[in-house]
Design a protein around this ligand. Sequence first.
Ligand SMILES: NC(=O)c1ccc[n+]([C@@H]2O[C@H](COP(=O)([O-])OP(=O)(O)OC[C@H]3O[C@@H](n4cnc5c(N)ncnc54)[C@H](O)[C@@H]3O)[C@@H](O)[C@H]2O)c1
Length: 242
Amino acid sequence: MGRLQGKVALVTGAAQGIGAAVGRLFAQEGAVVYLTDVQASPREAAPAGVEYRRLDVADETAWKSVVSDIVAKHGRLELLVNNAGIVEHYGQIDATTTEAWHRVISVNQTGTFFGMREVVPVMKKNGGGSIVNFSSIWGSAGAGGAAPYQAAKGAVRTLTKNGAISYAKDNIRVNSVHPGIIWTPLIQGQSEEMNAGIIAVTPMGRSGTPEEIAYGVLYLASDESSFVTGLELNIDGGYLAQ
Ligand SMILES: NC(=O)c1ccc[n+]([C@@H]2O[C@H](COP(=O)([O-])OP(=O)(O)OC[C@H]3O[C@@H](n4cnc5c(N)ncnc54)[C@H](O)[C@@H]3O)[C@@H](O)[C@H]2O)c1
């Protein structure tokens, strides 16, 4: 308890799944938590006292408004978790429309950029902060299909390292988390055949839980990781060890 005591945190894509689990854990560890999502209201019960705001991460004006509200109220923002993400298009490159490409990039990649661009000046004023970006095993290893998702998650991986180097002297740490298959509504919406195929090539032979990801995010957000920046934290049942 108290690993994030008093820190102000914004988590995107937090109406359900991994983002909701991160919000619960952050609140349990003493953070002042702002859950945000493109959905108007949370799908999973949020802990008492946790704030919820609508935020489409692909909308830069919405970012400005949410971050300025938080700063107006608390005067600071120390933690950003860029968790919002979509797969939506499972096709290979030659089956990906331009519209599908831009849509998936806008949420996963541009949304992460907007979030970092908005909070870095606040964190500089705070004297530091921690940003955790969501990539994926598919940000590091190839998969057949889901071309725009793979491209975006790869970009998040290197944008994270760019931020880590750019802001190291400002005491702003930037790290990425790379989940393997995690049992959330995202995965529950995929075919059983596809999920079974991914589990079959996961050394631990099972999917992970949102909480198993949230504990990794907690470490990167907390001062326990004060010398860690530019890290790729794989939480994947051994997938990327192969
Ligand atoms: N579940 C997995 O197996 C897995 C694996 C690797 C990476 N990830 C990544 O983890 C993150 C969380 O995934 P999840 O499994 O919890 O997914 P999920 O679909 O269960 O939850 C994602 C949340 O993001 C929100 N969202 C979608 N578009 C948004 C937008 N434009 N602005 C704000 N919010 C938006 C959704 O409403 C939803 O609440 C994503 O970045 C995903 O790519 C998940």
